[in-house]
Every structure is written in structure tokens, then in C-alpha cells.
Design a binder for this molecule. Structure first.
Ligand code: 6PG
Length: 244
């Protein structure tokens, strides 16, 4: 299948976050109108912070949060109030500011042993999506690390080939910590993938993934939804390598 990527470049992180919040909101409104609910998996890291804030402020009243279900694409093996917790960032910048029912927030329990947390999260996925087939998120938000990782799928790890489990433990050599991550089959079964990438430090990896036809060498480059679409939202700095 031809690899047609939808790459959208914005002048700065602020306009990037605004574009992401608009796409998230449009997807949520459409999904709720069509099926009565909207399922989204959020990524961690620092880039989504402003995006989360916009959803809980400018776009707060455009979305019917009672029908939104939030999950995570990955989580560090830390308690939910830990400074490295992906849940904590979303909780502080988004969840505290919107009327989402607590039962609609499906966090990965980073405080548990990673294997146990992965098992429990997988059960939660199956409770929500059913257990006959791969969970199909309406939208999955993803970032990209400088090594080309996405979620907690790092380069050259065995779990990149995982095609049975939907959530697994993952160890980050660079950060020296355990995590739990969605697996590639789940990412590629999403209806919408939204990559959010900002900053000069990402220009090199973005050029390698999107600019030189070597995307298959990096986990983020392996994310190609089988029936959905992926949008790459980049700020000008992250996209600067693509101009060459
Ligand atoms: C994580 C994230 C990870 C993140 C990238 C980019 O738990 O670390 O899910 O995949 O999205 O590392 O992070 P920044 O936005 O901080 O650059």
C-alpha cells in the first residue's frame, strides 16, 4: 500500500497545539454523534502539555466529556502522582478541568509491577473494546523520541514484533526505567493517529522517518494505520530537516 502521509507544518508549538486540539475536538464530536462515545489514547512526554490545556479551556465546552473515554498509549512504571507519570500531566492539564466521569479515565497503573500493570490494562482494554479482535481507538495521540521511539516502543526491541498482546511491559535503556505500552497492532488499528512533534531536537529523526524513505527503521515509522489515517503535526523547527 502506498505510504501517503498527511504532514502538516505549523510555525510554532502554540499553533501546533491549537491544530491538534482542533483535530481532537472534531474527531470527538463526530464519533460521539455517530456512535455515542469517543475513545482516545493519550501519549506522555512534554509536547502534549499545551494541547491538553487547550482541550480543558478553549475547547472544553465543545466536547461532551460524559461520552469521552481516555486511555494512554504508554505509561512509566511510577505512581500516578510521580513527576514522570504520563497520567499526571494529563490529569493536571486536562482531566481536572473537564467534567469527564472518573470511570471514563482508564489509566495504566504504573504503581504496579509492569507485567501486572500490562495484564490489568489489557483486561481494561478488552472490557471497553470487547475481547474479539484488536482494540480500535477513535484516536491515538503519539509523540516521537529523538531515537525514533513512539509510545514506549523503542528501536530494535522484541516487542516491536508483538502481534498477540495489546499491552506489554517495555524497558527504556536511555531513561533506565520500565514502562507499559500499547503494541503496534493496536496503534495500527486506530481510526486516527495524531503525531505531535515540536522542537529543533526532533528535526533529525523527523527527516529520517519522513524525509528519506527509511521510516521502517524506526518504531514511529512503523505506525501506518491499516484502515485509519495518520496525521503528522510538526512545528517548523521539527520539520526543518525536511526542507533539504
Ligand atoms: C513517553 C512518551 C513518549 C513521548 C516521546 C516524545 O512516555 O516518554 O509517551 O513516547 O511521546 O518521548 O516526548 P516529548 O514530547 O517529551 O519530546
Amino acid at each position: 500500500m502506498e505510504d501517503v502521509r498527511d504532514i502538516r507544518i505549523w510555525p510554532d508549538p502554540e499553533s501546533l497545539a491549537e491544530a491538534a486540539a482542533k483535530i481532537f475536538t472534531e474527531n470527538a464530536v463526530d464519533a460521539i454523534a455517530a456512535r455515542g462515545f469517543f475513545s482516545a489514547a493519550l501519549s506522555g512526554g512534554s509536547t502534549p502539555r499545551l494541547f491538553f490545556h487547550l482541550l480543558s479551556s478553549v475547547y472544553r465546552n465543545t466536547i461532551n466529556w460524559e461520552q469521552v473515554h481516555l486511555f494512554w498509549s504508554d505509561e512509566r512504571a511510577v505512581p500516578p502522582d510521580h513527576e514522570q507519570s504520563n497520567f499526571r500531566i494529563a490529569y493536571e492539564e486536562l482531566i481536572l478541568g473537564v467534567p469527564i466521569p472518573p470511570e471514563n479515565v482508564h489509566r495504566i497503573k504504573g504503581e504496579l509491577d509492569p507485567a501486572e500493570a500490562a495484564r490489568e490494562y489489557e483486561e481494561e482494554l478488552h472490557r471497553y473494546f470487547g475481547d474479539n479482535g484488536i482494540p480500535a481507538f477513535d484516536l491515538i495521540l503519539l509523540g516521537v523520541g529523538e531515537d525514533g521511539h513512539t509510545a514506549s516502543l523503542f528501536p530494535d526491541v522484541a516487542i516491536l514484533k508483538e502481534d498477540v498482546r495489546h499491552a506489554v511491559p517495555s524497558y527504556s535503556e536511555t531513561m533506565g526505567n520500565w514502562r507499559v505500552t500499547l503494541t503496534l497492532p493496536v496503534l495500527n488499528n486506530a481510526w486516527n493517529i495524531l503525531f505531535l512533534v515540536a522542537g529543533k531536537s526532533k528535526a533529525g529523526i523527523i527527516d529520517k522517518i519522513l524525509g528519506k524513505g527509511r521510516s521502517h527503521l524506526y518504531p514511529a515509522g512503523l505506525v501506518k494505520p491499516t484502515h485509519g489515517r495518520s496525521i503528522w503535526l510538526l512545528d517548523r523547527e521539527a520539520a526543518s530537516g525536511l526542507d533539504r
